[in-house]
Design a protein around this ligand. Structure first.
Ligand code: UT7
Length: 325
């Protein structure tokens, strides 16, 4: 039995922070940011909006699109790097806000690869026959993990949430394969070192901004291109498909130069890449489900299309999911 995506939804906060707004905070400029990343603006959650608020707004749309009620959901998985609090999980808070009373709920941490990791877990619940409906969410308030004095990272990230409802498939459509990878040796390429058990919050942590994102950008860039190409080829090979069989790639939205390099290595036309990072920046685990939802809503992605999700992020983690939509 396959699991299929029967509904998608997304939510992006209203407040826009443009590159020109960032010029007032750090020594940067619109031209540099656009040329080096492709990002023009990003969204920032309101001060009273938490990750679970974003998640719930995306989830409600996905549940409605799926044509079910919250009380029918068996599992809620929230992929996030910025939970509402250490515990309980953000997924528990989402369960309460949705009144999805019979759903078991937990968070999953795989940084920017979180949505594909969560999709993989949700898929297993459905395929095993143990669950009918699984709600998979990627939701982030990256603005709260951002060092607004560090020009090398603060230009990159944004807030948002995307969701998908999984159900058993009664057709050939569904998730055809998932491949997950991790290289823990590279954990320090992108991390938030302070605030956890290894380095609890202290005056030093706050003074040195160690409770915010620390990233080795150019090294991360190189590994991202290589790993995304490899995991894409792995997905196609394991399904006996070639790049020309893919209708759309829905990649993690980190940097347009990464996406262009991957498209060129795979010999895939750029039009087949779903890109929204110019408007939202890197929303970490939310970026793939937000891009998916937008492409479904604007009619680009249609039932039966072959879609390749490609994810990459801290851990290091990287992953693919090949889906007949
Ligand atoms: O979600 C997945 C995780 N993250 C990623 O995938 C990010 C991957 N990496 C990247 O996207 C890129 O490495 C960045 C966009 C972060 C940086 O681009 P880069 O081409 O690798 O630049 P760089 O770090 O090599 O810096 C080049 C120059 C430096 O100046 P010097 O030393 O050459 O004088 C930086 O100080 O650009 C400078 N620079 C900036 N200048 C203007 C760095 N950030 C900025 C900035 N504005 N915001």
């Amino acid at each position: 039995m396959k699991a299929q995506i029967i509904g998608t939804g997304s939510y992006i906060p209203e407040m826009i922070m443009s590159n020109h707004d960032l010029e007032k905070k750090v020594q940067t400029n619109d031209q540099w940011i656009v040329e080096r990343t492709g990002i023009r603006e990003r969204r920032i959650a309101a001060s009273d909006e938490s990750t679970s608020d974003l998640a719930v707004k995306a989830a409600r749309k996905a549940i409605e699109a799926a044509g079910i009620g919250p009380d029918q959901i068996d599992f809620i998985i929230v992929a996030t790097s910025m939970p509402d609090m250490f515990f309980p999980s953000t997924a528990c808070i989402v369960q309460d806000k949705l009144k999805a009373t019979r759903a078991a709920a937990f968070d999953l941490s795989a940084a920017c690869s979180g949505f594909v990791y969560a999709l993989s877990v949700g898929e297993q619940f459905v395929r095993s026959g143990g669950s009918q409906y699984v709600l998979v969410i990627g939701a982030e308030t990256m603005s709260r993990l951002t060092d607004w004095t560090d020009r090398s990272t603060c230009i990159l990230f944004g807030d948002g949430a995307g969701a998908a409802v999984l159900a058993p498939s009664d057709s050939e459509n569904g998730i055809l394969s998932v491949h997950l990878h991790t290289d823990g040796k590279l954990w320090d390429l992108i991390c938030v070192p302070g605030g956890g058990s290894a380095m609890p919050v202290s005056e030093k942590v706050l003074a040195e901004h160690l409770n915010t994102i620390q990233m080795k950008g150019s090294e991360t860039f190189r590994v991202a291109v290589r790993n995304l190409e490899e995991v894409a080829r792995e997905a196609l090979q394991s399904n006996g498909l070639s790049t020309s069989d893919v209708d759309f790639i829905v990649p993690h939205q980190a940097n347009i130069r990464i996406l262009n390099a991957v498209a060129s290595r795979l010999d895939i036309p750029k039009e087949k890449m779903v890109v929204n990072l110019d408007r939202y920046g890197n929303t970490s685990a939310a970026s793939i489900p937000v891009a998916l939802d937008e492409a479904v809503l604007d009619g680009r992605i249609k039932k039966g299309n072959i879609i390749l999700f490609l994810a990459f992020g801290g851990g290091l983690t990287w992953a693919s999911a090949l889906v007949r939509y």
